[in-house]
Ligand binder design. Structure first.
Ligand SMILES: [Zn+2]
Ligand SMILES: [Zn+2]
Length: 295
């Protein structure tokens, strides 16, 4: 299948980082298999009329009310997605996929909870599964659909994807730390020079991969802005990925600096630089929002 250029770029970046960072090779091999399952879901969502069903009538954020996605196609597609769990997945994920496939009601509730931005703890308890790991399935499934619809909500899906392999770009510079499209928390920050603003900081959505502008120094967790509370850390192995710490709420988020490496694809580089997460957790910090692979 011909994939959308944004998705092709993500897969090309995965291939490159697999070669450059052997520590992350197994994780990236699995991520590439996930991307190969996400590509057709993205293509299908682009061709659908789902935007009309989910776009907020009042125009207020979040602009996409994903819980309104038509029930029958979403449940059928999610069931197929769960059953297609790749051989490169962990044994934990494979056994969870089996559990889900044998309990269609739980599978449906799990998807509904994520679409409605509700906790999945009750479903996880019913299935006797770890909620953080279980979340992989609905997140990985909804991501390409939400990415496609966020792009369309911006008035078309070809012109609003930036060159860095991210999804839609929201222009408004406001202070919300929740994605204006789907309401999810950010998984990373992105720094880039723009004609108007040098070193502009955007946040990257953990679900739909849209970007939105966010004040350069502010913590997306607690809005702390004092410079002495906001140190950042850079390692030699990942010179373009910095760990932005918040000394007030003790969270961190990784910022992908495209000025340092114009080839980086933020969603991919964030996943691949897992050694920085291990370091940050070792410092007693908690990630603001885990990525798709639960890191
Ligand atoms: Zn989003
Ligand atoms: Zn904070």
């Amino acid at each position: 299948m011909q994939s959308h250029p944004v998705w092709s770029r993500r897969r090309q970046r995965v291939a490159r980082l697999r070669a450059e960072h052997p520590h992350a090779a197994a994780l990236l091999a699995f991520y590439d298999d996930v991307l190969s399952l996400q590509v057709p879901l993205h293509a299908r969502a682009l061709k659908s009329r789902w935007l009309g069903a989910v776009e907020a009538a009042d125009g207020r954020p979040p602009r996409l009310r994903l819980e309104l996605l038509p029930e029958r196609p979403r449940e059928r597609d999610f069931s197929r997605f769960v059953r297609a769990v790749p051989a490169s997945a962990s044994d934990v994920l494979k056994s969870m996929a089996d559990r889900l496939a044998s309990e269609p009601a739980a599978m449906s509730d799990l998807l509904s909870a994520v679409l409605g931005r509700e906790s999945i703890d009750a479903v996880a308890a019913r299935l006797d599964c770890d909620a953080a790991a279980l979340e992989f399935f609905p997140r990985a499934f909804v991501q390409p659909v939400a990415d496609a619809l966020a792009g369309q909500a911006d008035g078309g899906f070809s012109g609003n994807h930036d060159a860095s392999g991210n999804g839609a770009v929201a222009g408004d510079d406001d202070s919300r730390a929740a994605c204006p499209y789907c309401g999810s928390a950010p998984v990373a920050a992105v720094l880039r020079d723009e004609p108007e603003t040098k070193g502009r900081r955007m946040l990257l959505c953990s679900l739909c991969l849209a970007e939105w502008a966010f004040p350069r120094t502010r913590c997306p967790g607690c809005a702390e802005e004092r410079a002495e509370k906001r140190p950042h850390h850079v390692s030699e192995s990942w010179p373009h990925v910095r760990v932005e710490e918040c000394g007030s709420c003790r969270t961190y988020i990784k910022a992908i600096d495209l000025r340092e490496n114009g080839l980086a694809v933020p969603v991919v580089d964030e996943l691949a630089s897992v050694e920085l997460d291990l370091w940050a957790v070792g410092q007693g910090l908690t990630k603001l929002r885990a990525n798709l692979l639960g890191m």
